[in-house]
Design a protein around this ligand. Structure first.
Ligand code: S3P
Length: 206
């Protein structure tokens, strides 16, 4: 199949960051926090960065200034991350990889981990959530299904590593990510692995 217009991920010169992408509710923030501890790198959630700058919640931003304005801020934040040369961990909003102008930026800023979930698994996690404006509708499950169908190719296109995060134990997911990173030349502190922390009875790991 032709890949016209899309460079392969391996063709990008990768920046120093670890980038987490995936649908709303895919665990980007909680996995990002754990990885921050394990890899001794600062963690940032781009939604939180936008909220702090604008002084309002994402829901308020959507209501007051509209989705288009929010999407422009997402691109602006990605450009800033690209110019940040200290390796950090960034979690991106679920819709960030959809924009064609964001995709090369995402691929450039660092190693990208896609946390993949099935629509029903997302629904289980987000039932009753009121903080995602896109899901405040009559049939949120149908919305999740249609958005997921639309977005999955974008997530896959941006990803260097794909991890199924639906039903696995969080520690196992962290372990899988660390091993994938190590196989790509990342230096992983040996004590970060589960086995190491189990056998280390002097200090507790978490
Ligand atoms: C969005 C996902 C949200 C947030 C905004 C829009 C989306 O982030 O950026 O509500 O378009 O999927 P999370 O993925 O962190 O929930």
């Amino acid at each position: 199949m032709s890949n016209k217009g899309h460079k392969k991920n391996s063709e990008y010169k990768k920046g120093p960051h670890l980038v987490l992408i995936g649908f709303m509710g895919s665990g980007k923030t909680s996995i990002g926090r754990s990885l921050s501890y394990k890899l001794k790198r600062a963690f940032y959630d781009t939604d939180k960065m936008i909220e702090e700058r604008e002084g309002v919640t994402i829901s308020e931003l959507f209501a007051d200034k509209g989705e288009k304005y929010f999407r422009e801020l997402e691109t602006q934040v990605l450009r800033e991350i690209r110019d940040d040369k200290i390796g950090r961990i960034y979690s991106l909003g679920g819709g960030t990889p959809v924009s064609l102008q964001n995709q090369p930026l995402i691929k450039t800023i660092g190693t990208v981990v896609y946390l993949r979930l099935k629509p029903e698994e997302v629904w289980e996690r987000l039932k009753g959530d009121t903080t995602r404006p896109l899901l405040q509708c009559d049939d949120p499950l149908a919305k999740i299904q249609s958005l997921m169908k639309l977005r999955s190719p974008a997530y896959e296109r941006c990803a260097d590593i794909i991890i199924d995060n639906g039903s696995k134990d969080r520690d196992d997911v962290i372990e899988e990510i660390l091993r994938e990173l190590e196989s790509r030349g990342w230096e992983i502190p040996p004590e970060s692995y589960k086995e190491a922390s189990k056998s280390d009875d002097t200090e507790s790991d978490e």
